[in-house]
Design a protein around this ligand. Structure first.
Ligand code: CA
Length: 252
């Protein structure tokens, strides 16, 4: 198996070296960054399989780095290291899109286990959601990519080309939070800087067509201060109302 490229942004050198030692044993190629500036630079210098990010750093702190990464690179997994057990840190880290967090002091075996769990999750997502899949089922929605056709509870609904692309983008990346700028880049393409309000109005029109109650969206939900995501938990609840046997999201 190929080595995983892991960036560790941690100013406590003994912890950083401990991580390097044990992750190398777990078939990772580890790069260390000892402060926020170096970490930010390294984070964008290449594609990482995982970034381990300490919350409190000299220079930009873990939260601002996490926010910047999520705006630019929505897919890179992030594991946050926090020194405080306060709920605030946890919630903030997760709202900004960290995939998991570990509170210091941690046991190295627990941390390595979490890292492996993230890799397993990414691997199974990659298998389940190949970007060239031809059709998706997400809760009450069925999407035929080639025919560009969408069924809602078995009834055909009419979407504009952009609404279709937007919906497909969410379904291909379930649970991922996308900022308006991310969506502009991915769905509209380059050259649309500054048109974030366009995203809002398309999201609203899409919701009007697919949401059971568009004033309280349950499929494409707003993540306050960040953007939007396809809420897989709520899709699951939605499914609970209809059929228990249907998979959450399936691909053909
Ligand atoms: Ca620190």
């Amino acid at each position: 198996m190929n080595k995983r490229n892991v960036l560790v942004i941690e100013d406590e050198w003994d912890i950083a070296q401990l991580l390097e030692l044990h992750l190398s044993d777990a078939n990772c190629d580890v790069t260390l960054a000892a402060d926020g500036h170096e970490g930010m630079h390294q984070a964008f210098a290449r594609i990482w399989d995982l970034i381990i990010l300490d919350l409190r750093l000299p220079g930009p702190d873990g939260l601002s780095i996490c926010g910047a990464l999520r705006r630019e690179l929505p897919y890179v997994p992030i594991l946050m290291l926090t020194s405080k057990t306060s709920e605030l840190d946890r919630v903030l880290g997760l709202e900004l899109g960290a995939d998991d967090y570990v509170t210091k002091p941690f046991s190295i075996s627990e941390l390595v286990a979490r890292v492996k769990a993230i890799f397993r999750r990414v691997e199974s997502l990659e298998k389940r959601f190949p970007s060239d899949a031809e059709s998706f089922t997400a809760g009450p929605l069925e999407i035929d990519v080639k025919a560009r056709r969408v069924l809602l509870n078995d009834n055909s609904i009419s979407l504009t080309a952009r609404e279709f692309d937007l919906l497909l983008h969410f379904v291909r990346h379930p649970g991922h939070v996308f900022s308006r700028a991310n969506l502009l880049d991915s769905v509209w393409g380059y050259g649309h800087d500054g048109y974030e309000h366009t995203v809002n109005s398309h999201i609203n029109r899409l919701r009007a067509k697919i949401e059971p109650d568009p004033s309280q969206p349950s499929l494409i939900v707003t993540v306050w201060g960040v953007g939007y995501k396809l809420d897989v938990d709520r899709v699951a609840k939605e499914l609970g109302k209809t059929s228990r046997n249907q998979p959450l999201i399936s691909v053909r």
